[in-house]
Design a protein around this ligand. Structure first.
Ligand code: ADP
Length: 177
């Protein structure tokens, strides 16, 4: 626990007891490796059936499905940018993923949401940079804008290195306030 509504933990997002978990999907929304594969495995085959009906998702955007066999009621699927060298709008696209997920959460009156470190696996986004973007977007949404439903945001870090990056990013943003 770091700052009121924000929690940081090391673990597996598929195990989290929250209203919604976020999936770092690809544009097809038809499943992949990494966190996407883990979410589909834990949710069961009905998730893929619903995803097929969504007809894909653009980079920087997000779409919601039910959670099926997951502890979470909802999965918000977002498509992060593939990292090139930072000059192709990757930062803004990643920021957009967080904003779109949070906007959908608000729309569905979701009270708790868990995010993985979007784009930092196969898509190669540098972890430190991604953590700063994640933390900034969530803090802005929670504390600077006037939103009602969302009470808790969890960053689920798959390993210690990821956890340390998020902890530093949170410390930095809190010390600048
Ligand atoms: P992307 O294609 O967006 O990079 P990945 O799934 O390859 O997505 O990786 C995104 C992040 O999710 C990585 O930091 C990876 O370590 C992490 N991750 C993988 N599996 C899980 C899981 N079960 N729970 C939480 N985070 C996970």
């Amino acid at each position: 626990m770091i700052s009121g509504k924000i929690t940081l933990l090391e673990g597996d997002i598929t195990q989290q007891q929250v209203d919604a978990i976020v999936n770092a999907a690809n544009t097809s929304l038809l499943g992949g490796g990494g966190v996407d594969g883990a979410i589909h495995l834990a949710a069961g085959p009905e998730l893929l059936v619903e995803c097929r009906r969504l007809k894909g998702c653009k980079t920087g955007d997000a779409k919601i499905t039910k959670g099926y066999n997951l502890p979470a009621d909802w999965v918000i699927h977002t498509v992060g940018p593939v990292w090139h060298d930072g000059k192709y709008g990757e930062d803004e696209q990643l920021a957009s993923c967080y904003r779109r997920c949070l906007a959908i959460a608000e729309q569905y009156e979701i009270r708790s949401i868990a995010f993985p470190a979007i784009s930092t696996g196969v898509y190669g986004f540098p972890m430190e940079r991604a953590a700063k973007i994640a933390v900034k977007q969530v803090m802005t949404f929670l504390f600077l804008e006037n939103h009602s439903s969302l009470e808790a945001v969890m960053f689920v870090c798959f390993n210690r290195q990821t956890y340390d990056c998020y902890r530093s990013a949170l410390k930095e943003i809190l010390s600048n306030e």
